[in-house]
Design a protein around this ligand. Structure first.
Ligand code: PMP
Length: 424
């Protein structure tokens, strides 16, 4: 098969790592779904921003003004990239987990969720609010079609204010039909929140044309460094809620009046209401640069790159004895660059450690913060996940396939032992 080059340069693409044989080999990073490496263009822009910054929002100095402009411009770049409405609030958070916890804070009422969700879009909703558990968990069915029917039945049975759903599974990569889910939610008077952590860097997302009310994602899965994420969506719930964090920057006026001191505080509306304290400006700038770079690469090119690598990976895995791919739905038609699988006779941790120590290949193993899904798929002990993106070449995929092939065929001297001794 022809060599497939990287779609775009990423930082660390030529990293060398030690292997058991005693030398160093190029690192094959097949763990993009956990955290993608920064695009080289993002790293360059961030270095520039790091070179000239000062306090944001409060200073009159030139660099304060530059920094404030960069921070506010980052909101607009993100809004444009995900085709947000002009009056949506774009709130910077620490990551997707923080964004969804913010969503929990601003939203009223019951929330319908699927059991396939990452814990970040499950556990925050399960915390009691106003004395009751607001999460109503729907078990995903064997097909997407039947799952849509089950969601609709749940929303019809009792009103809910929100449907909170992932756009792509972090375990299998399967993409969910967001527009249809949005129509179902809206038909029953609910809004929809989309966890786009696994989709935003891989497929085009349009808040307007999909009919999304709230969208959450993390920079570190979208070719920006760690530390920043975003929640974007309809401003009325943002503005009606108490501030997520109380403190400086969120207030328009503070007036301590004896016993009723809190009544003297007037909070801002808009994003500032929920962003008290000095914000992660470099994180926001990184996300914006990543969005700009992804827009430049083009969703079609990104999708095609992942499709070609994915077909090569799937075809190779299918030829290896004992490999069992993970799949939630029998009728899914699109998958981002994620392959979840197990290998008969080998604990997931043993496979991941073998790939790393013998071959310099980085994959993820475990339960992927989706324990209910792993249990239901029959893998309570976890699985292996290879995932890739813009910096991945066909060499990375071929190295993985060769290493797994040798493991399965028993032609490697490093034969990981079964289960015992490896934490799941
Ligand atoms: N949702 C999904 C679908 C994810 O894959 C992840 C990260 N694995 C998260 C949410 C949480 O993202 P973060 O750790 O950046 O908060």
């Amino acid at each position: 098969a022809p060599f497939i080059p990287a779609l775009a340069p990423v930082v660390g693409a030529d990293a060398q790592v030690p292997v058991a044989a005693g030398h160093r080999v190029g690192y094959a990073n097949l763990d993009y779904a956990a955290s993608a490496p920064a695009l080289a263009s993002v790293a360059a822009q961030v270095a520039g921003a790091l070179g000239e910054y000062a306090s944001v929002h409060r200073g009159a100095g030139h660099l304060s003004q530059v920094t404030t402009r960069r921070y506010e411009a980052a909101r607009e770049t993100v809004r444009g990239f995900v085709r947000g409405r002009v009056d949506d609030s774009v709130v910077f958070t620490r990551n997707t987990t923080d964004a969804i916890n913010l969503a929990v804070h601003i939203t009223p009422g019951d929330v319908v969720v699927l059991d396939i969700e990452h814990h970040a879009n499950l556990l925050p909703w399960c915390a009691p609010k106003d004395g009751r558990n607001r999460a109503r968990v729907v078990t995903a069915r064997a097909t997407i079609e039947d799952t849509l029917v089950a969601i609709e039945a749940e929303l019809a049975s009792e009103p809910a204010s929100l449907l909170a759903v992932t756009a792509a599974s972090n375990v299998t990569g399967e993409v969910l039909p967001i527009s249809r889910l949005a129509s179902i939610a809206h038909r029953h008077g609910a809004r929809i929140l989309v966890d786009a952590a696994q989709l935003v860097a891989h497929r085009p997302i349009s808040i307007v044309s999909h009919g999304i009310d709230y969208l959450a994602f993390s920079g570190h899965k979208a070719y920006a460094p760690f530390g920043a994420g975003v929640l974007i969506g309809r401003s009325d719930w943002f503005d009606a809620a108490d501030p997520y964090l109380a403190g400086g920057g969120a207030t328009a006026d503070v007036d301590l009046r004896g016993d009723e001191n809190s009544a003297g505080t007037t909070w801002h509306t808009g994003a500032a209401r929920h962003e008290a304290g000095s914000p992660n400006v470099l994180g926001a700038v990184s996300i914006a640069e990543a969005c700009a770079a992804l827009a430049e690469l083009g969703p079609e090119a990104i999708g095609l790159h992942e499709l070609e690598l994915g077909e090569r990976l799937d075809a190779g895995l299918a030829r290896i004895d004992g490999v069992r791919p993970l799949q939630i739905f029998t009728d899914s038609t699109d998958r981002v660059g994620i392959a979840g699988f197990t290998i008969d006779g080998f604990a997931p941790r043993a496979v991941a450690e073998y790939l790393s120590s013998e071959h310099g290949i980085g994959v993820r193993d475990g339960k992927f913060c989706a324990h209910p899904l792993l249990k239901r798929l029959g893998h309570p002990e976890g699985a292996v996940r290879a995932s890739f993106g813009a910096g991945t070449t066909s060499d990375d995929v071929d190295r993985l396939l060769n290493a797994l092939g040798a493991l399965s065929a028993g032609t490697t001297t490093a034969r990981p032992e079964l289960d015992e001794g490896y934490p799941a």
